[in-house]
Design a protein around this ligand. Sequence first.
Ligand SMILES: Nc1ncnc2c1ncn2[C@@H]1O[C@H](COP(=O)(O)OP(=O)(O)O)[C@@H](O)[C@H]1O
Ligand SMILES: O=P(O)(O)OC[C@H]1O[C@](O)(COP(=O)(O)O)[C@@H](O)[C@@H]1O
Ligand SMILES: [Mg+2]
Length: 493
Amino acid sequence: MGSEQNNRAVNSHMMKVETGDYGYVLEDVPHLTDYIDQLPTYPNPLRSNPAYSVVKQYFVNVDDTVPQKVVVHKDSPRGIHFRRAGPRQKVYFSPDEVHACIVTCGGLCPGLNTVIREIVCALYHMYGITRVSGIEGGYRGFYSRNTIPLTPKIVNDIHKRGGTVLGTSRGGHDKMKIVDSIQDRGINQVYIIGGDGTQKGAAVIFEEVRRRGLKVAIAGIPKTIDNDIPVIDKSFGFDTAVEEAQRAINAAHVEAESAENGVGVVKLMGRYSGFIAMYATLASRDVDLCLIPESPFYLEGEGGLFEYVEKRLKEDGHMVIVIAEGAGQDLLDKEQSLGNAQDASGNKLLADNGLWISQKIKDHFARNKLQLTLKYIDPTYMIRAIPSNASDNVYCTLLAQSCVHGAMAGYTGYTSGLVNGRQTYIPFNRINEQRNHVVITDRMWARLLSSTNQPSFLCKIAIAKAKEEDFPPTQLLDGENCNDEKISNEDDK
Ligand SMILES: Nc1ncnc2c1ncn2[C@@H]1O[C@H](COP(=O)(O)OP(=O)(O)O)[C@@H](O)[C@H]1O
Ligand SMILES: O=P(O)(O)OC[C@H]1O[C@](O)(COP(=O)(O)O)[C@@H](O)[C@@H]1O
Ligand SMILES: [Mg+2]
């Protein structure tokens, strides 16, 4: 990995960074051997597994890493890399010593059951591990509930169901009680499936486990229907959500088309990030206006939302509006603020902006004595309660298997994630420190604006300001990243 002189390893409590030649940076994940001496190793049982022994080079080279950015210039530094996921020749647990557990936390998302199923199957079938426990009802289940045994037979059909067979919850994260429970039950591999809040909680658990010097691997699998987790290409369940949203948009379109001056309003999830709304809109082609939290808008006057709705209805006689749940919350706050109300995890509670925008449009048309038929559809909980689609099932399987390989190889304090199409291990701090947003100066949002023909609602000054803001661009695009974004901005001039 580059010349010895140039290489530098920085190990702090939070970060494990290694640098190499030509600007190479490895943001590595912790390993049990970082704080426990003389751990025995064992040959990976996959060597004698008939399904895998035929695969050439089945094991991942320990030095393999994956670049965060794939679009580079000839002089650009090699940049940040993450450790490549996958099975290693040596493992740090013997199968009979492992007691693994799985917990799901936060909101529901399609694919949770598939991930649970595939962790159990990977542990059993790949590594011969037979002690796997389910923690019920999220983090608080560690100290308030009994565990349930999980076997391939028990989880065999669960991927066909929505939700999580383990149950989930918000709040209830008590570090000491959770780690006491891990220690008392003799658990030594913990698989934590959840969103940004959950991964923050996992990082806290990892630090306490390390402080106590326990041989316990803490592994996260990122979950959120909103797709707001940074670094990774996309989160599981997102494709399913976008697909299911089409049904609501189609219904809104049918209703709108069938009425005189018909408007269909569809609310989709997306508290801080409008990815579901943006992709559902792009996929549908029936949407005339997409409102997301990242793109401010206003109602009255020239260039405002009312003017656009009137114009659309004059031209087409109907229109469809998609609104992400976090869009326009600044406007709503002025009228029906929920104050600082929070859910049990500390997430701000949002007022129903779908109802609000529907009422605003109705009031505007009534005031101006214009005909309008508006139907509001809120499919949000119906969307997140369905089972994952075929492509998400495959994705969940790879994520689950990668996560298990990592724990068996002795890695800990990591989240498994897809980076540029490759499975990687990402340190918790990289997942926790920011949120993935739609970049409204990116080409993807421009594609949306050109497909809906909606106004951007931004004056020139605001566009310049948005370009200066340091939002990481979406990784869902066809390889577009920071460098690419700069090019696209220059192109725009
Ligand atoms: N900063 C934090 N530190 C420790 N635990 C947290 C933190 N934020 C959230 N959690 C815990 O993580 C779990 C899930 O968080 P939540 O925000 O509800 O969902 P998600 O993980 O999907 O974002 C909850 O049990 C919550 O108590
Ligand atoms: O009603 P709940 O369970 O709090 O969930 C609503 C929230 O769940 C989400 O779908 C996802 O949130 P999480 O990633 O925190 O689970 C948000 O878009 C939405 O605001
Ligand atoms: Mg969250």
